[in-house]
Ligand binder design. Sequence first.
Ligand SMILES: O=c1[nH]cnc2c1ncn2[C@@H]1O[C@H](CO)[C@@H](O)[C@H]1O
Ligand SMILES: [Zn+2]
Length: 374
Amino acid sequence: MSTADPVSPSNSGATPLDLPSITTAPKALLHDHLDGGLRPRTVLELAGECGYDDLPETDADALAQWFRNAADSGSLERYLETFAHTVAVMQTPEGLFRVARECAEDLAADGVVYAEVRFAPEQHLERGLTLDQVVEHVLEGFRAGESAARVAGKRIRIGCLLTAMRHAARSREIAELAVRFRDRGVVGFDIAGAEAGFPPSRHLDAFEYMRAANAHFTIHAGEAFGLPSIQEAVAFCGTDRLGHGVRIVDDIAVGSDGEPTLGLLAAYVRDKRMPLELCPSSNVQTGAVDSLEKHPFDLLARLRFRVTVNTDNRLMSDTTMSREMYKLVQTFGYGWSDLERFTINAMKSAFIPFDERLELIDDVVKPGYAVLLG
Ligand SMILES: O=c1[nH]cnc2c1ncn2[C@@H]1O[C@H](CO)[C@@H](O)[C@H]1O
Ligand SMILES: [Zn+2]
């Protein structure tokens, strides 16, 4: 296969592919951080309510711009520093509930029909809440947001992922928390935070616990650090999906004739249909890739890796699921059938039960794209 071939012919005779029409398309999102998706105005209002005085701006537009600029750092570590401000206003029952409710509403308004939203409960204990209480408030917020969306005529289902911070030592506890809440809206577990120096194998007992409980997890790997991190996540930890996983491209050699050769790890990830939770804008901001044009998304899509499109942090990247898709359309010339495939890839890779995934694919995703395809 030549990597110069288009994935599919561009849109012909179908609904024009622009941002408003992409917003109407049913979309599935697997990688979105709750504390990376607050509305700027909500950050300001919650800061006022809880007495947090360290915000860098006092106006919503200026604050939005500040997050965007500060996250545009070229380094994951500096990018992550911006979360101090969002986490600071998510320490109370009201703050957690509101942020989760608005998250569900915002995703639904953007045409997302299924989302897995993650956050790290251990970062929300500063004002005396327990881990269980933190999770309960967030889940209540998601349910309220789903109901509000339904009233507004939008269908969305949110699954929650509990994240452990990889520099800390609470991963086993968070894995147990995820299993404890498995019947109440938590669908999986993850580790996040600075990648270099904190390999996935540091948290092996948490992953072994999840596997023993027949529970799902993903691992941020292959974002700020390369193949060794992915190798550990896949081969030692047994991850179900790769958070980012974008550096898998380092194991693919493309010859001067355009023919790709996959190394053992890349071949294994593709053979196993291991989902890649790719986050184009975030990857440019953290320096994981130089530019959108140089993002390996298209190479990986052409090679038929199980690629999915994700937002990572809507506030820090000033983005939405529709905008991430639109950027890919503009950069790589994708058509509706490509966007449908990426969406079905995501639904197939979701952590909810198989029959529920199938129902969303058959009853929502396929009919939605059928209309757009014309
Ligand atoms: O792209 C990312 N890579 C690694 N860690 C991240 C990324 N985005 C957010 N977080 C981290 O995950 C925590 C829980 O949501 C956030 O507080 C942030 O520190
Ligand atoms: Zn992430």
